[in-house]
Design a binder for this molecule. Structure first.
Ligand SMILES: Nc1nc2c(ncn2[C@@H]2O[C@H](COP(=O)(O)OP(=O)(O)O)[C@@H](O)[C@H]2O)c(=O)[nH]1
Ligand SMILES: [Mg+2]
Length: 198
């Protein structure tokens, strides 16, 4: 997609506050610090539209971005940050579950993993949940610049194994070098153009 305009719509903390309009949505999810904001900035060609944070785990809202006024990127709160447990987590988890299960506009979730790490229980729980809800998953092994090719291939196999995915379905991406950016956009474009519920 050729990006003409990117606009921050709003940050949302309750289901009733979700933006109206039927533009297709692509959501982004992953552990805190996995590189989600950097990926959004890279895809949108904007250096700071999504905050790149040195103190992870802060964002509690679902943030909506409008692209060319015809599609939306949805930045889901990062998970797996121990300090966000307890009361705070209890507040936002139901909203995310509801968003993922009920949102008609949602076409796919980009699941961001760190190429160097074996996915943990929370990553797997999210994959299982998305499968249960019938939400399309775009798995991406991010920070690919951190590993040389051979080790990367090994890790992709481990990630695929852990999440019960096919290795060739896992995209590689680096916000640092831009590697994998065009391919990821192609897949996102395909889902944006897909029929709802397909
Ligand atoms: N080497 C490398 N570092 C990255 C990449 N993407 C993000 N980072 C770094 O990882 C840290 C967390 O990134 P951020 O985008 O804030 O992660 P978020 O918490 O998932 O939104 C920052 O220090 C980034 O500079 C990447 O592709 N390669
Ligand atoms: Mg972030």
């Amino acid at each position: 997609m050729k990006i003409k305009t990117v606009e921050f719509i709003k940050g949302v903390t309750s289901f009733n506050a979700l933006p109206s309009g039927m533009q297709p949505e692509i959501a982004f999810a992953g552990r805190s610090n996995v590189g989600k904001s950097s990926m959004l900035n890279s895809l949108l060609g904007r250096q700071k539209i999504a905050k790149v944070s040195k103190t992870p785990g802060r964002t509690r809202e679902i943030n909506f971005f409008s692209i060319n006024e015809c599609a939306r990127f949805v930045d889901l709160p990062g998970y797996g940050f121990a300090k966000a447990a307890g009361a705070t987590r209890a507040l936002w988890a139901p909203l995310i579950l509801r968003y993922l299960s009920e949102r008609e506009q949602l076409r796919a979730v980009v699941l961001i993993l760190d190429v160097r790490r074996t996915p943990n229980d929370e990553d797997l729980a999210l994959v299982d949940l998305l499968r249960e809800y019938g939400v399309n998953i775009i798995p991406v092994a991010g920070k690919s610049d951190k590993l040389p090719l051979q080790q990367r291939q090994k890790q992709i196999n481990i990630i695929a194994d852990t999440l019960h995915l096919m290795p060739h379905d896992i995209l590689q991406f680096s916000a640092l070098s831009g590697a994998g950016r065009d391919k990821l956009w192609q897949v996102i474009d395909m889902f944006i153009k897909s029929d709802p519920g397909a």
